[in-house]
Design a protein around this ligand. Sequence first.
Ligand code: NIG
Ligand code: FE
Length: 411
Amino acid sequence: MKTLLINIHQLLQVRPSEVRFVAGEQMRDLPLIQNAWLLIEKEQIADFGPMESAPLNATKNIIDCTDRVVMPSYCDSHSHIIYAGDRVDEFVQRLEGKSYQEIAALGGGILNSASRLEKTSEKQLYEQAAERLKRCAYQGTGALEIKSGYGLNLQAEVKMLRVAKRLSEKFPVAIKTTFLGAHALPESYKNRKDDYVKHICQEMIPEVASQNLADFIDVFCEEGYFDLEDTEKILSTGAKFGLKGKIHVNQFNAIGGVALGVAMDALSVDHLEELIEEDLMALENGQTMPVALPGCSLFLDIPFTPARKIIDRGLPIALATDFNPGSAPSGNMNLVVSLACMRMKMTPAEAINAATINGAYAMGLEATHGSITKGKKASLIITNPLEDFSHIPYDFGQSPIDQVILNGRLL
Ligand code: NIG
Ligand code: FE
């Protein structure tokens, strides 16, 4: 089946296939075609160009995009959408004055989600996550990374990853999965962190890998969670099993996790709310994508990742939601793009680059997603009538989206 989009006011993010990500000054450039057409064939972008050359006889299946922006769907490279219930009670506790870390130290936080997940069947877990994923898709997300990390024992971690696999089979959203056994120390290993790290390396990673349940491996590298030595052990074991690193670093403290991640050739280092000179220097020497999660900064009222410092050093940056019940209960990439502009002083072009092509790179999907490129997946956002793409962040809190096409089909 073919579909032809015509009269596209602005066709955004038109790139040759060689571009894997954009960095530094390149991020200010968002290549576009004014008054364009785009032809979809099967699941792919077959061709596109300016309206003068539109192949109007290619198909009867035509969508008129007059006054509308068409762009690649968002690539959200960091989420924890598989969780049981919610943590709205902790949200209220924080409003009453307790900090995220204080709540975690009292047995709330990640351990709270782990005990809820333990009591939730795989079927219920799937249904809850599917509902969230559906909402993300309607909000424009066409590729999503999903982490485990609320199981904290082999059986429950595998349960989460199986749910993620099932989501990837049922939804037209491209999904990558990440094993995050080192998200917190479970009750059963209290005061025995070294034993838990050993268990992760000797039992959990081999089993997850043998069932082919994960693409990546992650560690919450932070004071009170897992230190540099733990992170090094887990990432290097993961690497032996073919799992590339994507780590949580510098959320509350800069403890050297960025340099470690870069040295271990991690695909991405995520959070970076606390960023020091050594971290920037490390990033300059590698291929690791820094990922900012402004929804988490907003929700926890912690600093925003200093995007300007990163981009002005010539580095790339990606944006993701961190969708999870504790620190960012939203999977809305439109809001993330707005926050990046309003609170991190990124330009609309930089934010859209960060949320599409750079997000795709941060989850190893840049060959198929993240730009308008012949042969890539036809996963697209058609906006409401907009004078210019800058309205996407400007009209904050409102959805700019009229229709979503995933793998060539209207949602
Ligand atoms: O990315 N920081 C670690 N993990 C999540 C939060 C997890 C939770 O609170 O449930 C994050 O913010
Ligand atoms: Fe996270």
